[in-house]
Design a protein around this ligand. Structure first.
Ligand SMILES: [Zn+2]
Ligand SMILES: [Zn+2]
Length: 277
């Protein structure tokens, strides 16, 4: 990375908005960050994912616009450890001194122990896929600031939410779900933009798609994860990339994705594709 910010932006980046009264979304360049409020305790909230590298200042600014000066979350939850979801995590932990939670299987990628496989620049799909080899794949090192999520599925500081293991995109990928209103924070288990296409990333053209292709290594697990999320019949989904999708557009899109996963999600070719033809 050489400390250079990646020159990837969408036309709507940096325009934060409320998805629900207690769910605030900040699109940081090309990736979404969420602030989720604790319904049981005023002023308690949790940050989900931490955006692109070198973005701590803009994240703090977006948070202060919403929650006031010097606001900080009770904790940070990571859906997974890819560079565009942990970009600012080390800086934010230094600034706030709050715990970070992730799935146990993701911890090696968050403690400097393992690197993710190289992004697959050969994968079918578009220009972002071709650019992906310049994306960093070396892990961040959060040391003992990162802890495993509770094994009972609860989410610290968010009593109404539970985490769901949704592997495939990465081994320890998780999504967050609230049963009461069926709100879903999906991470990259599926996304609402064709993340491989530079044009569609810039314009944020909405379409429900499988996980970003250049970084997904286990397509069978990814399929199961999408099926599990579809079965929850979410009413709204915020995904790692793209705009939130609600209601029928979401249920129709997810149903289509599950029924036609091979064609919609799995690339025709790529290093991590093992197609039986
Ligand atoms: Zn990812
Ligand atoms: Zn992502």
């Amino acid at each position: 990375m050489d400390n250079k910010p990646l020159p990837l932006f969408s036309l709507t980046s940096d325009m934060a908005y409320q998805v629900l009264p207690d769910l605030y979304c900040y699109p940081n360049q090309i990736v979404n960050i969420c602030c989720v409020e604790n319904s049981k305790k005023a002023n308690d909230w949790v940050l989900v994912d931490t955006g692109m590298p070198k973005s701590a200042d803009s994240i703090i600014k977006a948070i202060e616009e919403r929650f006031g000066e010097n606001s900080k979350p009770k904790a940070i939850v990571l859906t997974h450890g890819h560079f565009d979801h942990v970009g600012a995590v080390v800086d934010l932990v230094e600034e706030w001194d709050v715990p970070v939670y992730a799935h146990e299987a993701e911890l090696p990628f968050l403690t400097g122990e393992s690197s993710y496989p190289e992004p697959d620049g050969s994968v079918e799909g578009g220009l972002v896929a071709k650019m992906s080899p310049m994306f960093p794949n070396e892990p961040v090192d959060l040391g003992n600031h990162v802890k495993p999520l509770p094994s009972d599925g609860t989410v610290p500081h968010l009593p109404d939410w539970r985490w769901i293991h949704t592997p495939g995109h990465t081994p320890g990928h998780i999504s967050l779900f609230r049963d009461e209103d069926r709100a879903l924070i999906a991470g990259d288990a599926f996304v609402t933009v064709k993340q491989e296409s530079l044009y569609k990333v810039i314009t944020q053209h909405k379409e429900i798609n499988g996980p970003p292709r250049y970084l997904t290594t286990d397509w069978e697990a990814a399929r199961d994860s999408v099926q599990n999320l579809e079965a929850l019949n979410p009413s709204v989904a915020v995904t790692g990339h793209g705009k939130p999708v609600y209601g029928k557009e979401l249920s129709d899109g997810l149903k289509r994705l599950v029924q036609d996963f091979d064609r919609i999600a799995i690339p025709d070719y790529g290093h991590y594709v093992n197609r039986k033809r």
